[in-house]
Design a protein. Sequence first.
Length: 419
Amino acid sequence: MDSRPAPGQVAAVTGNPRSVDVVVVGGGFVGLALASALAPAGVACAVIDRAKPGPAASDGRAYAIAYASARVLQALGVWPRLESVAEPILEIRVSDGNAPLFLHYDHRELGKPLADAPLGYMVESADLKRALADHAAALPGVALMTGTAVRTLERSAAGVTAELSDGNLIRARLAVAADGRESKTRSGAGIAVARWRYSQTAIVCTVAHERPHRGIAHERFLPAGPFAILPLKGRRSAIVWTERADAAPRLMALPDGEFLRELSRRFGDFLGKIEVEGGRWSYPLGLVHADRYVAERLALAGDAAHAIHPIAGQGLNLGLRDVAALAEVVADAQRAGRDIGDARVLSRYERWRRFDSMALIAATDSLNRLFSNDIAPVRLARDLGLAAVNRFPPLKRLFMRHAMGLVGDLPRLMRGEPL
């Protein structure tokens, strides 16, 4: 007898095993979004999250959600939980230190209907995690299994069996690794990765300021790396300060007053007096790219497949593209009565996502290398390049559409269509 649940339902059992369609390893943004996309399409999911239940602690980070990624969250029904905390990005100003030449993106330059839409939104990490977790928990086709981890994951032609550290067993037709750049699920499947450690560290914090930011995001390229000022709700901005890895520990160890002085030197006074709100955090920067995105009955998504430099704020958006593509591939296979873990189904996902991911990895890596130096001829060339793009509206509009996530072979969810 087939022990799988009816479409969209998690099998309610008093013992082991529990049967679902998909077991998602990792309860972060990507894992929760994927389960939230699949369950309403009749694909039951179990999400395994080693973190214990409770409010998400602040980690200092805030995320840029591109316009197309916001469409995904709207289609999933998550966006109503974020509307009150998401700050629209209306303009982006890119400059090379104190050079007079710059690049300015303004959503109004895109023409109808996009002129009425923001380029994207800023959402703080804890707010995003809470919204996704609360939404997923309310779906009947999602089982959130928190405070436990996958001890073993067996994959075969017959299916997937996950043994959890709390003793539970999960049986499924497909496993998804959404457990981050150091994914144990990926390494357990024997999938190799290409790695690169940048000699940079990201220092993140939130500042309060006297003057309103007016929804303008600033990206300034300094010799050590990009310095981003990103609009949050109220008179607040998120800071992503890329610094040399050997200098970051000294900056992080400074007393509050001295840290604020160093921050203010880079921030400037255009928003008036600033104060650091809360703590400060630092994150070493690196690049990770998996050699393969799929294996037998396994798909990689989010940072488990690719982790990139934060220079353009596209890491989460890349993960949400994975979610939209994988959800579409799996849902289409389910509707057609096909095995959702079949190699031909998974190869469609890999073909769809691999080129796009590699292109963005190359772009962000090249941008960081180009702008994170102070060689005079290179600095002049890049300043002239920024000015040239700024003065050529067709090219600038294309770059804005890229920033909004509207270029390429978009999954239905990213086009604003139902799954």
